[in-house]
Design a protein around this ligand. Structure first.
Ligand SMILES: [Ca+2]
Ligand SMILES: [Ca+2]
Length: 346
């Protein structure tokens, strides 16, 4: 508890300093295009769509997941909660409505290339293409309320070497110039696809995904993607293809998390770690004392709960850029974000 109080004091002190500073600094900080888009999303009352593994409630669209359970009460036994349930809940506790689009794991192109038979490495690219088409169709037909944004905590990682292989090493890509080279990369992607496809299934997938992202953008629907958890070794191709990339901050809110992807396409950072807190009726993820996941969904192993209760207040921890992305509109996301929030003040 003392720790909580200290944390809150620290944040409050940080805010006071920012506001004091504002009296002496009359220069308008310039917002990047991505920051302007994010500001509009956060002001919007439209729902957000989360495409992810969903279990705790029946998904609004798509399928209920059969894999990717999480242990959210910290007893090392899986709970009836999946990755996407937590992503969606993070957005909901920040005050926004979520439409849950459930997905299942499938065999990816990488699995096929590496001879894996097990479906355990991600969402099949073909399934993803079908899902994005379905969302576009539902929006156009009015079967889905038009969302402000679609949150994809999904990562299609590619190294600079792979990008050079696909698009030519004369582009001289680095993690720091991907943003300035983005248009050129997309132009080469379109060229290679031509009228009938590139003949390479990965490039064809990139092409279709980019087309779908642009079609959604034309409908005023923004794609928000997790930056990825490969540190600086790889880039999430979904950001290259038009998604706004969100990286992760450490819980002290002062540093980029060591696991977070960092590149010039990752323009927004939010806290990427959640500690779950046992409260009457279940587990609380935002520290306000109210249960966000109810007891029947949890394994609640008594012996282990005793050990947790005996030693600490906080239970399981979830971390990753996939939790930073749904944290997009959280006003308490640390000094970095407070600075960002301050820029929005009139
Ligand atoms: Ca558990
Ligand atoms: Ca709560």
């Amino acid at each position: 508890m003392d720790h909580m109080k200290l944390t809150k004091l620290f944040i409050a002190a940080g805010l006071a300093v920012s506001l004091t500073g504002c009296q002496f600094d009359f220069t308008e900080p310039e917002l990047s295009d991505d920051e302007k888009t994010v500001a509009l999303i956060c002001q919007s009352e439209k729902p957000r769509v989360v495409v992810d593994y969903i279990s705790s409630t029946q998904p609004d669209f798509g399928q209920k997941s059969a894999t990717r359970y999480m242990d959210i009460d910290g007893d090392r036994i899986n709970d009836q909660i999946h990755h996407g349930d937590l992503s969606a809940k993070i957005i909901e506790v920040n005050g926004h409505t979520v439409l849950r689009y459930g997905v299942n794991e499938g065999k990816t192109i990488a699995d096929s290339h590496h001879g894996h038979d097990e479906k355990e490495h991600g969402i099949a690219e073909s399934d993803f293409t079908v899902i994005m088409d379905d969302i576009l169709k539902k929006i156009k037909n009015g079967d889905m309320e038009k969302p402000a944004a679609i949150f994809l905590s999904l990562d299609w990682p590619a190294s600079i070497e792979e990008l050079h292989r696909y698009f030519g090493d004369d582009l001289s890509l680095t993690m720091n110039n991907l943003h300035s080279k983005q248009e050129e990369i997309i132009a080469r992607l379109n060229e290679q696809y031509g009228d009938n496809g590139s003949g390479d299934e990965i490039l064809d997938f990139y092409y279709k995904t980019h087309e779908q992202f642009m079609a959604l953008k034309n409908q005023d629907v923004t794609i928000i993607v997790a930056a990825g958890n490969s540190h600086s070794k790889k880039v999430n191709v979904l950001s290259l293809l038009g998604g706004i990339s969100v990286g992760a901050l450490t819980p002290d809110r002062n540093h980029i998390a060591p696991y977070s992807n960092q590149n010039s396409l990752t323009t927004i950072y939010r806290v990427g770690e959640f500690k779950t807190h046992r409260v009457p009726g279940g587990v609380d993820i935002n520290g306000n004392g109210n249960a966000d996941f109810s007891t029947p969904l949890l394994s609640n192993d008594t012996a282990l709960i005793k050990t947790f209760r005996g030693t600490k207040t906080w239970g399981a921890t979830a971390q990753g850029t996939s939790y930073a992305a749904p944290n997009l509109c959280n006003p308490d996301a640390g000094p970095g974000s407070l600075a960002w929030l301050y820029k929005l003040l009139p």
